[in-house]
Design a protein around this ligand. Structure first.
Ligand code: ZN
Length: 487
């Protein structure tokens, strides 16, 4: 039986968002645990929709010994500070050296981390760990759907498996896939990798795998190419708001022979090429979207405030959609989640039932200005609750003091730490039910669809100011490799 080291170090870096992302962001908890080391890692990630959780659950009872080293993540944001990367990696190296003899390593990675100095932070992390363990130890990594695959990552691992779904409802399942690959490697099987980088970028809202969008069809096709001797044929769309030479989707396969792996890559690449023009959608300005709401009847409309999606690097405190709702005098609406710690503190100090006058949001650019006015404090919360939807399932959130306030018939759900509005538990924590509103503004690009999608008979993706630019043509890429096109 094997001793398997367990580690995680995750960040989705939006190179266009303000940085650097400091160590504090990795240490603190948000929807996911804060930095955790050693045996505490087991409890901290237990029964969550995380790859590390699924990996460990799948190996329970197999006789293998899990050796938890370190796990941390930070919400998507600008490039990671060199000091933060070096501190975490040095700690991982120490723990790896102290762990005693290991037979294998599982890595829970995002795959698109960029630091102030490194375009391919995961590739560098793997290189440094290899310097300690040598090249033969089986490394299996779980990756995000938005991972940016590099040659260094492929070369330094025996297998990498990425989420199939966006919304990422299958993170724990991906950990279980990684565990199956790990068990086969430990049993002596050898898998050959083949991969191909694709030369286009797809904006996040059009990457959803729900329904009939091309990503869903491509994922279904990929599953038909998999078999016991070719267990993984993957389309990995990548994170588009990343200006690096490696940006773009990839196809990555593992099989018992190089030819079999290569054939899987070629077959899926042909499918993706045939469907790539179908990656598209309509971005509405706030006024256009609210004009539709006013003139075309619907029971409930979701407005996806995609450009302020904290899950893509948005600050979570922009006010464009809130102000537009007020300008259009629309009521029975809710905006979630707006991140404003000072406002939330003021609401807590004033108490439920009071009315406060305090600027709300708009502390970051792009996104302001703050909304001024009288806010009725309807509910307060400590920000500690458990996710109940398929994406945040089991996640023990810690979002700091929270409040629900009302201005001119519009409720605003406020957190002290930014988090993507992708779980109905965020409403329930503040005594609200999303079904009681006819308009829901959610700061999310796609993940909201997993838990909120069924509530709406109309979903509009809206382009209000924010750092998570949805129209990629507006971004000034300077470092993409030649030939990359923006769809
Ligand atoms: Zn992702």
């Amino acid at each position: 039986m094997a001793r398997i080291g367990i580690l995680g170090f995750l960040h989705e870096t939006n190179t266009f968002a303000p940085g650097p992302t400091t160590l504090d962001r990795f240490i603190e908890a948000d929807a996911w645990p804060g930095l955790v080391e050693g045996p505490a890692l087991l409890d901290a990630t237990h029964a969550m929709n995380l790859a590390v959780s699924g990996f460990m659950a799948a190996l329970r009872g197999t006789g293998h010994t899990l050796v938890p080293l370190l796990w941390c993540s930070a919400n998507p944001s600008g490039p990671v500070a060199d000091a933060a990367f070096e501190t975490v990696v040095a700690r991982i190296e120490d723990l790896l050296c102290q762990a005693g003899p290991l037979d294998a390593l599982f890595l829970d990675l995002h795959g698109s981390m960029v630091t102030e100095s490194l375009d391919d932070a995961e590739g560098e992390l793997l290189r440094r760990l290899r310097a300690i363990t040598g090249p033969a130890m089986p490394y299996v990594a779980a990756l995000d759907f938005h991972a940016i695959i590099t040659q260094a990552m492929v070369d330094q691992t025996q297998a990498m498996v990425a989420y199939h779904s966006y919304p990422h409802v299958d993170m724990a399942d991906t950990g279980a896939r990684a565990a199956r690959m790990m068990q086969r490697l430990l049993a002596g099987e050898v898998f050959h990798a083949a991969w191909k980088k694709l030369d286009f970028l797809v904006s996040m809202p059009w990457q959803s795998t729900l329904g009939q969008e091309p990503a869903g069809r491509i994922m279904a096709r990929a599953r038909t190419l998999e078999a016991p001797d070719r267990p993984e044929v993957q389309f990995i769309p990548g994170f588009p708001n990343s200006d690096t030479p490696e940006s773009g989707p990839a196809i990555l396969a593992y099989a018992r022979t190089p030819d079999l792996a290569q054939a899987g890559v070629q077959a899926l690449a042909a499918d993706v090429t045939g469907l790539q023009q179908a990656f598209s959608g309509t971005l509405h300005t706030p006024d256009e979207a609210l004009q539709i709401v006013r003139t075309q009847a619907a029971r409930r409309t979701i407005l996806a405030d995609t450009q302020d999606n904290p899950g893509g690097g948005g600050s979570g405190d922009t006010t464009g959609m809130l102000q537009a709702l007020l300008d259009h005098r629309l009521q029975n609406a809710a905006v979630a989640l707006l991140c404003d710690a000072p406002f939330s503190l003021a609401a807590h100090q004033a108490g439920v039932g009071t009315t406060i006058r305090h600027p709300l949001g708009g502390r970051n650019t792009p996104g302001g200005p703050p909304v001024e006015g009288d806010f009725e404090v309807l509910a307060l919360g400590d920000g500690k609750f458990t996710g109940t939807g398929p994406f945040y399932q089991g996640c023990r959130m810690d979002l700091g003091p929270m409040a629900r306030v009302r201005i001119c018939g519009v409720d605003v759900l406020i957190s002290s730490r930014k988090q993507q509005a992708a779980d109905q538990a965020m409403f329930h924590h503040l005594g609200a039910n999303p079904q009681d509103y006819s308009i829901l503004v959610l700061k999310s690009s796609v993940h909201f669809r997993a838990d909120f999608g069924a509530l709406a008979d109309r979903i509009l993706v809206v382009k209000a100011p924010g750092a998570n630019t949805a129209d990629l043509h507006e971004l000034r890429y300077t470092r993409l490799r030649p030939g990359v096109t923006i769809l």
